[in-house]
Design a protein around this ligand. Structure first.
Ligand code: AMP
Length: 216
């Protein structure tokens, strides 16, 4: 199954994509994670993306599409993929259709996780991310067992530079202007399912599984 998780930063896409990936055994491909890994390793993708990410802007489509295409060519993506944070523009959505069509595939569902602006500011300001495996936590709603340490891999937790309030506001604006048009784009194709993202992690997970007709 090829699935897209759509929604503003802080909606819970990464958390839910990771859970769904475990449930379905399908890789979780997050464009933001790929860019952060590339920055950490100092690769070309990372160098190209850095200034945009720091300002909370979108990395140009050409760069993002090429990076995603490279990832989707890897053998683990052959049976399906859970995309998180990609596509973020209509041009990226069209590029994705092309990449999948070349392999005789298409997007089966797009899940839009809806949350209010107040909720996402609250979630992003308390978010902590693992430096090593990029798992996400929240200081209040989903704390790690040991402060500052990732439950999954033991890596250090840090606050992403773009989770600072001013950059968060910019990212939300960018979502409204550049990414929200994808809602109608996918609705017209009959692919969109809306999920109420205001619940806790488990509540949202159950709604997603039910939308996909999967047992909890
Ligand atoms: P995220 O981890 O999804 O919140 O993404 C963090 C940052 O990475 C974004 O603010 C953008 O600068 C960049 N980024 C991630 N995905 C994309 C994308 N699909 N298109 C353009 N830029 C992206």
């Amino acid at each position: 199954m090829n699935l897209v998780l759509l929604g503003p930063p802080g909606a819970g896409k990464g958390t839910q994509a990771a859970l769904l990936s475990q449930r379905l055994g399908t890789p979780h491909v997050a464009s933001g994670n790929l860019f952060r890994e590339a920055m950490e390793k100092g690769t070309e993708w990372g160098k190209k993306a850095q200034s945009y990410m720091e300002g909370g802007a979108l990395v140009p489509d050409q760069v993002t599409n090429a990076m995603i295409e490279e990832r989707l060519k890897e053998p683990d993506c052959a049976k399906g993929v859970i995309l998180d944070g990609f596509p973020r523009t209509i041009e990226q959505a069209r590029a994705l259709e092309g990449i999948l069509a070349e392999r005789g595939k298409k997007i089966e569902r797009v899940l839009l996780i809806r949350v209010s602006e107040d909720t996402l500011i609250e979630r992003l300001s308390g978010r902590r991310t693992c430096r090593r495996c990029q798992a996400n936590y929240h200081l209040l709603f989903n704390p790690p067992q040991k402060e500052g340490v990732c439950d999954r891999c033991g890596g250090d937790l840090y606050q992403r530079f773009d989770d600072k309030e001013e950059t968060v506001r910019r990212r939300v604006r960018v979502y409204t202007e550049e990414t929200a048009p994808l809602i109608d784009y996918y609705r017209h194709q009959g692919l969109l399912t809306e999920i109420d993202g205001e619940q806790g992690i488990e509540g949202v997970r159950r709604r997603i599984l039910s939308a996909l007709s999967l047992s909890p």
